[in-house]
Design a protein around this ligand. Structure first.
Ligand code: NDP
Length: 292
């Protein structure tokens, strides 16, 4: 079997176009564009690239993207004051604090300080709680992008066994919460999967992975899943971004898995592009709901 390759780029481009049109309409109505402010602490090279990608995507989609740069030794209280001032700024629709933060910063306290109505990353406990209860407001961008990818490719997971490898608050947990929903978080999107979540303490990981009709891998280790481990005909979503010998590779060994699965996302060019597109969508939704 040779898998269909699930590219993120065309879906991201269509999303950007849709956001641009709605942002234009909002600008006509409100006299200003949706505005997203990213807070970037320190000089982490990967974070700088991610923030630059988000700025570029904002530009393409007609969203005002601002970056507030703070030094790596910024104090907890100064960072909290920055978040508070963005919460109070009526011109700001969406706030994101680029992770990871330096070790001396209490990340949870900072994320908790973001106004839940401007929390376009969907990490605030109120938004996490709403998602858990099946009435999501802002959904974390990476799993939201994966839902969109599955919807666009008409991949139905109802009654299927979805295995999510990784239990982070950013990817694994919200992914599992979304797949298990009775009603999809996006119209026409996937729902009603039977979900298993695995992590570094899961015994017999390969046996569980082999049962997956849909496999989502968000581990952060190159090629932890190979073709011998996956079920023939399964759909494999590779979230991982790892740098090996200067090249970006996923958590899945693409070449061996692509001969067994029916569909697979590439790295790069798969989930990553969609993550940024969903951030734009969340920012637009924040602006639209604040303009009502
Ligand atoms: P985290 O490090 O927060 O979580 C990794 C998870 O994988 C943990 O739950 C960990 O288990 C589990 N894990 C680690 N090693 C193994 C193993 N050998 N077997 C099974 N499970 C294991 O990472 P993130 O969720 O933030 O990110 C995961 C990957 O996705 C990274 O490569 C990251 O760069 C990428 N990513 C990509 C995005 C995109 O847009 N494409 C967006 C966000 C992330 P435990 O909890 O027990 O430690």
């Amino acid at each position: 079997m040779t898998a269909e390759i699930l590219y993120g780029k065309p879906i991201a481009a269509a999303t950007e176009e849709e956001v641009r049109q709605r942002a234009d309409r909002l600008a006509d109505r409100m006299g200003r564009r949706p505005q997203l402010t990213a807070v970037l602490v320190g000089e982490d090279p990967a974070s700088q690239v991610y923030v630059r990608n988000k700025e570029n995507a904002c530009r393409r989609a007609g969203i005002d993207g601002n970056v507030l740069r703070l030094p790596a030794d910024v104090s907890q209280s100064r960072l909290l004051e920055t978040v508070e001032s963005l919460n109070a700024d009526h011109a700001v629709d969406g706030i994101l604090v680029q992770l990871p933060l330096p070790q001396h910063i209490d990340e949870r306290e900072v994320l908790d300080a973001i106004d839940p109505l401007k929390d376009v990353d969907g990490f605030h406990p109120l938004n996490v709680g709403l998602l858990a209860q099946g009435r999501p407001r802002f959904v974390p961008c990476t799993p939201l992008g994966i839902l969109e990818l599955l919807r666009m490719h008409r991949i139905d997971v109802a009654g299927k066994h979805a295995v999510v490898v990784g239990r982070s608050d950013i990817v694994g947990k919200p992914m599992a919460l979304l797949l298990v929903q009775r009603k999809s978080a996006i119209p026409g999107g996937p729902d009603n999967a039977t979900v298993t979540v695995c992590h570094s303490r899961t015994p017999d990981l390969a046996d569980i992975i082999r049962q997956a009709d849909l496999l989502v891998v968000a581990v952060g280790r190159p090629r932890v899943v190979n073709g011998d481990m996956v079920k023939p005909g399964s759909v494999v979503i590779d979230v991982g971004i790892n740098r090996v010998d200067g090249k970006l590779v996923g958590d899945v060994d693409f070449d061996s898995v692509a001969t067994v699965s029916s569909a697979i996302t590439p790295v790069p060019g798969g989930v990553g592009r969609l993550t940024v597109a969903m951030l734009l969508k969340n920012t637009l939704a924040a602006a639209e709901s604040r303009s009502l």
